[in-house]
Design a protein around this ligand. Structure first.
Ligand SMILES: *Cc1c(COP(=O)(O)O)cnc(C)c1O
Length: 486
């Protein structure tokens, strides 16, 4: 075992050394952003079967293994990564992952990780404050007036948790008795699919998610809520929650929160803001206005692994009312939250997860190494740069943006393919196959568009210029039937 200990240190040093140089060469854009080999080839190249059967991943072999592994990963640090809304992780988050991996404190009950649980509650308080809600004066005593919150493994679980709290209010017997067929949720046609899934998981049936009308850019029209309210009365349904996108995943545009809050207040309805991506604009003095009215919500979902530079996963579900957390799972034990005699707070009675990872430490480390202003500047810059790129793309005669961006997500047309969904999709596909850029596409009001989300702080105009050239090149090659992956 002595030997193993020494090996561990050597292995850590080797891994650290390789990671540092990997990140640097990704940032310099020295490799393609993505190279996809077949799964059989990769399994062979990484010698997976051999390692599993016989071991042997050690100080001698690790360099070669890790080189193959890293070469065949998606290079998030590459400035031409502009695909899904996943953070380019800050090194503070990387270190937190390493430390958690070493100490493994699943702190969902306080005694299984007092330091990690304390960081979690402090991070929740920080987020509550950013919304404009009350943090807890004392971390030991949750009977103070204040908001409340939970850290969850991702925004999808957070949305389900928020809707469970909404159900506890609309149908207090629901936990014990189940619910009749009379609850509905109002959202937009483009609510994230985790909302529809949550509604189904809760046994309401997917049809219980009623879609409010959206405008040409899929932003919810607040005036379309009232007719749905009338319909609910007419059909004897009660509205369990109204869900807003802040922002919508496909377009990055924000629903009008303040007007939706008016509607919810007038009718005494639970208002849920799905800010998985866009709640981070709360940090930005320049862009916080997009979230005007968020403080009037009953619950908010906010992912850190999208715009707060932490690795996946880290999300929070936050409640204006401190009692909401205790009502999610109304079963024996939920009183523990308030009447615990041992020190600290146990989150376990209130989370879907039983064992939980110390994920909040990742956000703490990002904040603690840089200070919150730096994270605020990051959000502001990504949003501002997207607006500049929008202007640049619109200045090209053969391109057109579908709308003025509000966040760091932008959808646009390559005009020779405008209105041709298959061709736009094919362009995106070839670009990903060629691997110099990683982008996505999205369907907005039935039209397939090219899409990027600007996650990497290193992406600049030159890279967008390159992307535009790449799209033209790919299209020309498509015309001549010549596209290939180099
Ligand atoms: C990403 C996203 C989600 C899902 O969050 P995960 O952390 O990926 O589970 C939910 N809602 C919106 C609006 C999102 O953008």
């Amino acid at each position: 075992m002595e030997n193993a200990k020494q090996n561990f240190q050597q292995l850590i040093e080797q891994v650290a050394y390789q990671l540092v140089s990997y990140i640097k060469s990704s940032q310099d854009g020295e490799m393609k952003v993505l190279r996809q080999k077949s799964i059989t080839t990769l399994a062979q190249e990484m010698k997976l079967e051999q390692y599993i059967r016989h071991g042997g991943l050690n100080t001698e072999s690790i360099e070669s293994f890790l080189t193959t592994f890293l070469d065949n990963s998606q290079h998030m640090h590459h400035p031409q990564y502009m695909g899904h809304q996943v953070a380019t992780p800050h090194w503070g988050s990387t270190l937190a992952d390493l430390i958690h991996g070493a100490i493994n404190n699943p702190m969902n009950i306080y005694e299984m990780g007092p330091s990690t649980a304390t960081i979690e509650q402090t991070v929740i308080n920080w987020m509550l404050q950013k919304i404009g809600w009350y943090p807890h004066d004392s971390l030991d005593n949750f009977t103070d007036r204040g908001g409340s919150g939970l850290i969850t493994h991702g925004g999808s679980l957070a949305n389900l948790t928020a809707l469970l709290a909404a159900r506890a209010k609309a149908a207090p017997d629901g936990w014990e008795q189940g619910v009749n067929n009379d609850l509905v949720v109002l959202g937009s046609e483009v609510s994230h699919y985790s909302t529809a899934r949550a509604v189904s998981i809760m046994g309401l049936g997917k049809q219980a998610l009623w879609s409010a009308k959206v405008d040409d850019h899929e932003v919810l029209k607040p005036e379309s809520l009232q007719p749905l309210y009338q319909r609910a009365i007419h059909e004897g349904k009660s509205i369990m929650a109204v869900v807003a996108n802040a922002c919508a995943t496909s377009t990055g545009l924000y629903d009008p929160l303040d007007e939706m809050a008016d509607f919810c207040e007038e009718n005494n309805l639970w208002f849920h803001v799905d800010g998985a991506h866009g709640a981070s604009a709360l940090l930005s003095d320049r862009h916080r206005g997009l979230l005007r009215g968020i403080e009037r919500a009953d619950s908010v979902v906010w992912d850190a692994h999208k715009m707060l530079r932490t690795s996946a996963l880290l999300a929070a579900v936050l409640f204006k009312d401190e009692k909401a957390v205790g009502q999610i799972f109304q079963q024996k034990g939920s009183y523990l939250y308030y009447e615990k005699e041992n020190p600290g707070i146990d989150a376990m009675p209130h989370t879907l997860e039983c064992t939980k990872s110390g994920i909040a430490t990742k956000l703490f480390w990002v904040l603690a190494t840089e200070g919150e202003k730096s994270l605020a500047d990051f959000v502001t810059n990504q949003y501002d740069k997207t607006f500049q790129f929008y202007q640049y793309i619109n200045s090209q005669t053969d391109f057109e943006c579908a709308y003025t961006p509000e966040s760091n997500i932008l959808c646009f047309d390559y005009l020779p393919c405008k209105g041709n969904n298959e061709l736009q999709l094919e362009i995106a596909k070839h670009i990903v196959e060629r691997g110099h850029f990683y982008i996505t596409s999205a369907e907005v009001n039935g039209r397939r568009l090219l899409r990027f989300s600007l996650m990497n702080p290193l992406t600049e105009t030159e890279h967008i210029r390159g992307l535009i050239e790449e799209i033209r090149y790919v299209f020309t090659e498509m015309q001549t039937g010549k596209v290939k992956g180099s």
